[in-house]
Design a protein around this ligand. Structure first.
Ligand SMILES: *Cc1c(COP(=O)(O)O)cnc(C)c1O
Length: 380
């Protein structure tokens, strides 16, 4: 008797439903911003990564329109073939200037930047030590690389040290990977300690600045600037969060970037970033550098909300990401629904994305005091 080879999909989905792990998409039907239209309803948006409110900024939109008119909708090829434009180089120079690195390389997404970089830097004879809460793209990059990948406990430098003491000498190269701002928790990595340990054990260090860029540091360069460590390391990030566009990047030494242009498969064998996304990101970096008040407003919103919510069970955070812990996935879903009924979009984040359920709030510079007050009222 033959069985249908796809039947398992239904069973698997049933299991996902039963665990309250099922997810589906919701369409936003307006420009991005502090207030958006969701399923026909106007809601205050605490679910966006658009920290500086740039994704709907008229200057980014205009830059994207102009670039589309000048260069078309698609890049038509990979960077090494027909896809490369001066615009891409301009963006890479802007990123390197923001990050104060020798050079930068733009990928089609942050996910691809992590996959390609990790897989290019280490191989079978090498070791990766990654924070257990690292973003999916770092974890998948580790698998793709073929290196031995070991997780260390979240932000636990003693655990990292112990694992290096046991394993480091058995491998050729070693790469330590960490999120700068942890995306589902909002806390920061202990960068100075990680740098010291990387030095001591001759390891490369990669920091994912997806949620730090535009947000942390005096000039908005990110977590690395915030800690002001001033040593060689590999910075990865995305153009799709505070920079309001789409795409990813690596910033670092000229030799690192030259190497990646020759070895990162997820850069070599994929189509170059579209002209619109590229131009929008260039405009965003200019705004990050020229309008520090946006960042100040964001941090004012963060400290106001943190102060007002001090009576709740919040996870430790030093970023625009604030999480309220809940005991079960069902409780998190109920709370998210209750907020939605009150006109507040703040998603429940559950296993398997995170070990414990929570409501995740992300703040924007463009949230007004009244938006925050509505949220506060409904969280208590
Ligand atoms: C969002 C995110 C990425 C992926 O970036 P995309 O450009 O959206 O693919 C990578 N790392 C972290 C920590 C992220 O939060």
């Amino acid at each position: 008797m033959l069985t249908n080879p796809y039947t398992w999909l239904n069973k698997s989905l049933t299991t996902i439903h039963q665990a309250n792990w099922y997810r589906s998409v919701k369409a936003i039907a307006s420009l991005p911003g502090a207030v958006v239209e969701l399923s026909g309803k106007s809601v205050v948006n605490f679910a966006s990564n658009d920290y500086l409110g740039l994704a709907g900024d008229s200057r980014l939109i205009q830059a994207a329109v102009d670039a589309t008119q000048a260069y078309g909708t698609g890049s038509t090829g990979s960077r090494l073939l027909s896809g490369h434009k001066e615009l891409h180089r301009e963006l890479e120079i802007a990123i390197a200037s923001l990050k104060q690195t020798e050079d930068a390389l733009v990928f089609s997404s942050g996910y691809l930047a992590n996959l390609g970089t990790v897989a290019a830097l280490v191989r079978q004879r090498d070791l990766i030590l990654g924070d257990q809460y690292n973003h999916s793209s770092l974890k998948k990059g580790a698998i793709l690389s073929g290196a031995t990948a070991i997780d260390y406990n979240h932000n636990d430098v003693a655990d990292l040290r112990q694992k290096l003491e046991i394993n480091r000498s058995l491998y050729r190269r070693c790469l330590i990977t960490t999120d700068g701002v942890f995306s589902m928790d909002g806390d920061l990595c202990p960068l100075p300690e990680l740098m010291a340990i990387a030095d001591e054990f001759e390891c490369m260090l990669l920091v994912d600045e997806a949620h730090g860029t535009g947000v942390l540091g005096n000039s908005g360069a990110g977590c690395v600037e915030h800690f002001n460590t001033g040593k060689e390391l590999i910075q990865i990030g995305t153009l799709s969060k505070a920079l309001g566009s789409l795409g990813g990047y690596v910033a670092g030494s000229a030799v690192l970037i030259d190497f990646l242009r020759n070895r990162a498969a997820s850069w070599i064998y994929t189509t170059a970033l579209s002209p619109a996304d590229t131009a929008a990101a260039i405009a965003a970096i200019e705004i990050v550098q020229q309008e520090p008040d946006r960042r100040k407003q964001l941090w004012q919103n963060i400290s106001y909300l943190k102060h007002q919510l001090s009576g709740l069970k919040l996870l430790p955070s030093e970023s625009p990401i604030l999480c309220m812990a809940l005991d079960t996935p069902a409780a998190a879903l109920n709370k998210a629904q209750q907020l939605m009924d009150a006109g507040i979009f703040a998603p429940a984040i559950r296993p398997p994305t995170v070990p414990t359920s929570r409501i995740r709030l992300s703040l924007m510079a463009t949230h007004e005091r009244s938006h925050l007050d509505t949220l506060i009222e409904n969280l208590y």
